[in-house]
Design a binder for this molecule. Structure first.
Ligand SMILES: [Zn+2]
Ligand SMILES: [Zn+2]
Length: 351
C-alpha cells in the first residue's frame, strides 16, 4: 500500500509499505477515505519540537521516519475475532489516543488527561489498523470528508468546555485555522453575543466570514485590542481563545480578556516558546488562564455536531495522497480551511 512518512525537516514522501494485517483480536483495519493535515503535524514537519525529548535534528536525517496522520475517516475492511461493535463496510472515524484505564489519573476520574495513551498515527496511507476502543461509528449519510474533521472539531469542542462559555458572553478567537474557526462557529451557535476572530491570512478571514463569524479582523491592518474594546464597551471579552501556539497570539489572548474572564490556550506551542505574564495584572484582573489538550473523550458529542452544522466550506481543499508534498506546502502557506488528503475518498467498496 501507499503510506507517507516524514524523513526530516520538510521531507515528506509517499512510499510502498506492506498493508497492516489484524495482529490483535480487538483490532480493526480500515481503508482510509480522507485524512486531514493537522497544525501539529505542520509544526513537526517544519522541525519544531512538540514534546520534550532529545533536541531535534534540524538538518541531519531523522533516525526513523515518522508516520503521519491522525485525523481520518474510512471504511472497515477487516475485524479481529473479539470485535463485536463493528463490521466490514461500516463508516467510522478513529480517536488518535484513548485512556489506559490503569494509571492513577484514569483511576481518579482524569481519563481525558491520561498521558499513557495509545498514540496512533499513520493515516496518510491506504490502510490503517486501530484498536476497537478508539473507533467510532459515523452516520451513513455523512460525507467521509466531513467525518475526517471529527478529531480537530473535538479539540474545539473541548476548548469551549474549558472556556465555560455562557450565553451572552463576548468571545475573541485568535487564529482562524481549523481549530480557531471551529471554536468561533461553536461559540456563535452556543449563544455568544459578539464573536470576534483574528487572522493575518486573507483566505482564512474570507472563510470565517463564509462560516458566519460577525467580526473578522486583519491584525496587520487593525489593532486587535482596539477592535475588541470597541465591540465590548471597553471591557474586553469574557472568553478569549488562542488557537495558534505561538507569539504574539498567546500574549494577545491575555491582553483582550475582561476582568474575571477566561483565557484558553488551545494551540500546541512548540517546546521553548515562553510568554511574559504580569502577576500583578493577572491579580488585578483576576482572569483565569487555561490550556486545552485535544478532545478524545468527547468524540460522540462531536460526531453529532458534524451533522447539525454545515461544515462543507471547511473541507474544500482536497489533494490526492500522491500529492502530499504539495498539500503540506499549501497547508503551510495558503490554506483557509482543513486541508484533506483524499485516499480512497467515497469510492471504496469492500469486497
Ligand atoms: Zn490534529
Ligand atoms: Zn491512564
Amino acid at each position: 500500500m501507499r503510506a507517507a512518512f516524514l524523513h526530516g525537516r520538510l521531507d515528506v514522501r509517499v512510499e510502498e509499505r506492506p498493508a497492516p494485517q489484524i495482529e490483535r483480536p480487538d483490532e480493526v483495519i480500515l481503508a482510509v477515505a480522507y485524512s486531514g493535515i493537522c497544525g501539529s503535524e505542520l509544526h513537526a514537519i517544519e522541525g519544531y519540537q512538540l514534546a520534550n525529548r532529545s533536541p531535534s535534528t534540524d538538518n541531519g536525517p531523522t533516525p526513523t521516519p515518522s508516520s503521519l496522520g491522525h485525523e481520518y475517516a474510512g471504511v472497515i475492511t477487516a475485524v479481529g475475532d473479539e470485535v463485536e461493535s463493528f463490521q466490514v463496510g461500516q463508516r467510522v472515524t478513529v480517536a488518535p489516543r484513548g485512556p489506559c484505564h490503569r494509571c492513577e489519573l484514569c483511576h481518579n476520574g482524569g481519563t481525558a488527561l491520561c498521558r499513557k495513551t495509545t498514540q496512533r498515527g499513520g493515516s496518510w496511507a491506504d490502510f490503517i489498523a486501530a484498536p476497537q476502543k478508539l473507533v467510532h461509528h459515523l452516520p451513513d449519510t455523512l460525507p467521509l470528508a466531513i467525518g475526517a474533521i471529527t478529531e480537530p472539531l473535538s479539540a474545539s469542542v473541548r476548548i469551549l468546555d474549558r472556556a465555560e462559555l455562557r450565553s451572552g458572553m463576548n468571545v475573541c478567537v485568535i487564529g482562524a485555522g481549523p481549530i480557531g474557526l471551529f471554536a468561533a462557529v461553536l461559540a456563535q451557535r452556543n449563544g455568544a453575543a459578539n464573536v470576534i476572530i483574528s487572522d493575518p491570512r486573507p483566505a482564512r478571514r474570507e472563510l470565517a466570514r463564509r462560516m458566519g463569524i460577525p467580526v473578522v479582523v486583519d491584525p496587520k491592518a487593525d489593532d486587535l485590542y482596539t477592535v475588541v474594546m470597541d465591540h465590548t464597551q471597553g471591557r474586553g471579552v469574557e472568553v478569549s481563545i488562542e488557537a495558534v501556539g505561538l507569539e504574539p497570539a498567546l500574549s494577545q489572548a491575555i491582553q483582550v480578556v475582561a476582568i474575571g474572564g477566561t483565557v484558553v490556550w488551545g494551540g500546541v506551542a512548540p517546546v521553548g516558546v515562553t510568554v511574559p505574564i504580569s502577576p500583578n495584572d493577572m491579580f488585578m484582573r483576576e482572569y483565569t488562564l487555561r490550556t486545552s489538550w485535544g478532545g478524545i473523550e468527547i468524540f460522540e458529542r462531536t460526531i453529532r455536531l458534524l451533522s447539525v452544522l454545515d461544515w462543507s466550506p471547511v473541507v474544500e481543499e482536497v489533494f490526492p495522497l500522491a500529492e502530499v508534498s504539495q498539500a503540506v506546502e499549501f497547508a503551510r502557506t495558503a490554506a483557509a480551511g482543513k486541508v484533506l488528503l483524499e485516499v480512497a475518498g467515497e469510492r471504496f467498496q469492500p469486497a
